[in-house]
Design a protein around this ligand. Structure first.
Ligand code: PLP
Length: 358
């Protein structure tokens, strides 16, 4: 039997991917020009599906890039001249901050220890800040920011653009896009697709801000918001895009819509509850994140108490269950379990049972 990947990206492929891939090969989709009507129709279909899945307000545009990392950089280039503010609680939120510093921005941050989230009353965004960067799900530590907290920040801070990294939270996170200005993800996590595509959701406020900066400084060249928007109006892209992933994403999003996003969220919570309640009662494992409201349903991080984590990982691997190692310095002591829509409740049951028998 093929192993099951509970890794937080690349991750288990969504169950329908193989069939869609074969169909695309049969139809020779990957040889068609990206300037053809067939590609425009595909982009339009992706756009419709993603709008429905996320409940996007009318003014949002959807752009494709090479990765989420690229969107960190492009968003800072297109949307900020000087001042950014970052909520940092792990490696991915830290990297968004690093990109701002690399670009010479005056980047401020509120940092909390690894494994912790933010209490809203400690967030103080200075008036001059142009972009507030939030990582909705910190894949390195298994901490999420409840979407209600993100919405509360919008109420408090009207001026800055709010950018949400939802790479490992989408499509589970029920973000209200009218309360933020942009969000993004790459497809190898919650969507269960091969890596190599970033998806950038951008509202009119961002485009207006980008227009004020255009020409004044380097704004991101071919993947600037101006260039992406110009092409998007014809369902085109500035360069030859990852048509394979766009095709698979379009079809997987339609499958998810068929199932219903509410159902996906419910299943995610049911599966997460099974893993967390096992971790709580286990003598060998413990949930790393203490604050229950900040425990991610999509990336679950466990401390391994009596064995080296590598041993646990290899014992599980021998049973065809691939879990992620702890991130960076936590490699020796933790495992990470991705609970994305591609893994079924039954597969989670098998994993929990295997953890129990260790
Ligand atoms: C994986 C990840 C990224 C980076 O995604 P790439 O597709 O590798 O660029 C960014 N943010 C978060 C939260 C992630 O989990």
């Amino acid at each position: 039997m093929a192993p099951v990947y509970f890794t937080p990206g690349p991750a288990q492929l969504y169950p329908t991917v193989a069939g869609h891939l074969q169909n695309a090969l049969d139809k020779q989709v990957f040889s068609q020009s990206h300037r053809s009507q067939a590609f425009k129709d595909l982009y339009r279909r992706a756009d419709e599906g993603l709008r429905a899945l996320f409940g996007l307000p009318q003014d949002y545009a959807i752009y494709f890039t090479g990765s989420a990392t690229e969107i960190w950089e492009r968003s800072l280039q297109s949307l900020t001249a000087q001042h950014t503010y970052h909520l940092v609680n792990g490696s991915f939120s830290k990297k968004y901050l690093d990109h701002a510093k690399w670009l010479g921005r005056d980047a401020q941050a509120l940092q909390v220890p690894f494994g912790q989230g933010f209490s809203l009353d400690t967030v103080k965004v200075p008036a001059e800040v142009e972009l507030l960067a939030i990582t909705q799900n910190e894949t390195s530590s298994g901490v999420c920011m409840p979407v209600a907290d993100i919405h509360a920040l919008r109420e408090k801070y009207v001026a800055p653009l709010i950018s949400v990294d939802m790479v490992s939270g989408a499509p589970y996170a029920a973000l209200d896009f009218s309360q933020v200005d942009m969000a993004f993800f790459s497809v190898q996590k919650g969507f269960g697709l091969p890596a190599g595509l970033g998806v950038w959701l951008v509202n009119e406020r961002c485009r207006a801000k980008a227009a004020t900066l255009e020409g004044k400084q380097y704004t991101g060249g071919h993947y600037s918001i101006a260039s992406l928007q110009d092409q998007y109006q014809q369902f085109q892209t500035p360069c030859t895009p990852n048509v394979l992933d766009i095709y698979l994403l379009t079809h997987v999003v339609e499958d998810m819509l068929q199932k219903g996003v509410a159902q996906i969220r419910k299943e995610t919570e049911t599966k997460a509850a099974k893993v967390y309640s096992f971790l709580e009662e286990s003598a060998l494992f413990a949930p790393f994140v203490q604050e229950k409201a900040h425990r991610s349903p999509t990336v679950i991080v466990a401390d391994v108490l009596e064995k080296p984590a590598v041993e646990v990982i290899s014992m599980l691997k021998a049973k065809g269950l691939v879990v992620g190692s702890g991130y960076g310095a936590f490699k020796e002591k933790q495992i990470r379990i991705a609970n994305f829509p591609a893994v079924s409740e039954q597969q989670i049951d098998v994993l929990v049972e295997a953890l129990r028998l260790l």
